[in-house]
Design a protein around this ligand. Structure first.
Ligand code: GLC
Length: 537
């Protein structure tokens, strides 16, 4: 039997912004539970919940201070258990989000670790002496994820530096210390024991660094749409990190029901497939190339081909167009909702596991927010960049813009929290028009398109497990592929185009005319056709 994680579709919930059940302006676990039917009715198979563990919330949960407790504003451990059980009661799977690379600097382990060089937790984080006369220069040239700043932070108490791959208040754990490994593995088991079906693993590729602290080579290059000056050969996707993937998998394998691991890793597909270790490592890795797509049939064809080549069955490419860190896709297509519909068609008919970020299904746009008011700590780092530079990046550096409250309806506070309460982030001003209630049951709405696509996918062996083959001899502008007996076509060009493929129309987006032996697609349209043999005219 095909394991669930190979055929599932994932809906990402960002708890803080999803649904506020107790009127404090902050989403919470009971709020998520209240909305599980919504996710289920859309047709998703899996819910991935971003971190809700105890945290000072400087990075809104990605800075954990206790892995086995729930942050007060999100609920209790009982709520977390109820969330797991309620997801299961609906026949879905649930993945939690594990931040294994670093803790909060408020975690008791780090408070202890930074207090002296001799305390019992002294070696729980990555500490090193500095360079220069009095050690006041960082140990080496390793850069943080912010690209331009050092990965090292000075601690006066120890007169040493600690490593922080992400932000200074997120010190990296020393996974080469067996006690650390044990403690973190215990956490993994803690949640597996409660019945969670798997984990999304936060910046997984950065956990095992070169123990010799070798300098990274200086080689300026573009990476994921951002400039990168120092390459990360000694700090990212190292061979030891691939081994860690296998160790974690071995823990999951102790449990029944195919618990699954989905890694947040960055790099080219041929490197990333190493994490899967031919079935002995992570189950899935995010392929983030789609986050920086060009709305262009040729771009999609090439990218899909590269993923297909590197992740042949039973491996599954994991597609992602949006998440809580990067721009909403609508802003990448100048707000064109027809293009957003074509992208949904592609995402949900490809071979592999599609992931959808809350709000993507109604075409939520980035909420333009002044940089100076940003709560996102990443925005604070880049605050001095002139606005025109930020605008030209085509990327949001203030993640608040993609994390505003979920737009449930047109009422005050969009149904996210009660009227009169101030939500933790402002609402997207489009919410009176762009919301779930307005699109629910409306023919032609994006929400109903997601539902139709997910329903089609859930009921179609061809879409779930069928091989993918690119169609040949298509006019430039048209993306086309076959999934077993189905044909998917999308016109991403600017002219109406006719192709020599036809079949029974299962689903259409935009304006199309399916004829005998041929199909005409107007710009920004697409179809799913059922056909056994392509008819050539
Ligand atoms: C990942 C998360 C991001 C977080 C960072 C540090 O990239 O997706 O939201 O800030 O890791 O944990």
């Amino acid at each position: 039997m095909t394991p669930w994680w190979q055929t599932t579709s994932i809906y990402q919930v960002y708890p803080r912004s999803f649904a506020d059940s107790d009127g404090d302006g902050i989403g919470d676990l009971p709020g998520i539970i209240d909305k599980l039917d919504y996710i289920k009715d859309l047709g998703f198979g899996t819910v991935w919940v971003s971190p809700f563990f105890a945290s000072p919330q400087r990075d809104f949960g990605y800075d954990v201070s206790d892995y086995e407790a729930v942050a007060e504003e999100y609920g209790t451990l009982e709520d977390a258990q109820r969330l797991i059980d309620e997801v299961h009661a609906r026949g879905m799977k649930v993945m939690f989000d594990l931040v294994l690379n670093h803790t909060s600097d408020q975690h008791p382990w780090f408070i202890r670790s930074r207090s002296s060089r001799t305390n019992p937790k002294a070696d729980w984080y990555i500490w090193a002496d500095g360079r220069g006369k009095d050690g006041r220069r960082p140990p080496n040239n390793w850069k943080s994820a912010m690209e331009f700043t050092s990965a090292w932070q000075y601690s006066a108490a120890r007169r040493q530096w600690y490593m922080a791959t992400f932000l200074p208040f997120q010190p990296d754990l020393n996974w080469r210390n067996p006690e650390v490994k044990q403690a973190m593995f215990d956490t993994v088991r803690f949640w597996l024991d409660k019945g969670v079906d798997g984990f999304r693993l936060d910046i997984f590729g950065s956990i095992m660094k070169d123990p010799g602290l070798t300098n990274n080579p200086l080689r300026p290059r573009m990476h994921n749409g951002f400039p990168r000056i120092v390459q990360r050969v000694h700090t990212e996707n190292t061979p030891d990190n691939m081994v860690l993937a296998q160790e974690l998998r071995a823990i999951c394998n102790e449990y029944p029901g195919e618990r699954a691991l989905l890694g947040e890793v960055f790099g080219p597909p041929d490197v990333l497939k190493g994490y899967l270790a031919e079935g002995a490592g992570l189950n899935l890795v995010f392929l983030f190339n789609f986050l920086t797509f060009r709305y262009d049939a040729d771009w999609f064809r090439q990218t899909i081909e590269a993923f297909e080549q590197n992740f042949p069955a039973p491996m599954q490419p994991t597609y992602v167009l949006e998440n809580h860190d990067r721009s909403r896709l609508l802003d990448r297509v100048d707000g064109d909702r027809r293009k957003a519909a074509v992208l949904a068609l592609i995402l949900l008919t490809l071979r592999g596991v599609p992931t959808v970020y809350q709000g993507q299904e109604i075409g939520t746009s980035n909420t333009r927010l002044p940089f100076k008011d940003a709560l996102d700590p990443v925005a604070t780092v880049y605050r001095r960049l002139p606005q025109f530079v930020v605008d030209r990046l085509g990327e949001t550096l203030n993640r608040d813009e993609v994390r505003t409250p979920m737009q449930w309806d047109a009422s005050a506070n969009a149904g996210f929290c009660p009227a009169g309460v101030t939500p933790w982030l402002p609402l997207n001003p489009e919410y009176p028009n762009v919301n779930i209630a307005a699109q629910q049951g409306q023919d032609g709405s994006l929400l109903e398109l997601y539902r139709r696509l997910l329903t089609l996918r859930a009921g179609s062996a061809s879409l779930q497990t069928g091989p993918l083959a690119m169609l040949e001899a298509l006019p430039p502008g048209v993306l086309g592929y076959r999934r077993a007996d189905l044909i998917i076509l999308a016109n991403m060009g600017t002219q109406p185009l006719t192709v020599r493929y036809s079949g029974q129309l299962l689903l259409d987006v935009g304006e199309v005319a399916v004829g005998t032996g041929r199909t005409t697609l107007f710009p920004d349209s697409g179809v799913v056709l059922q056909t056994v043999v392509p008819r050539l005219s």
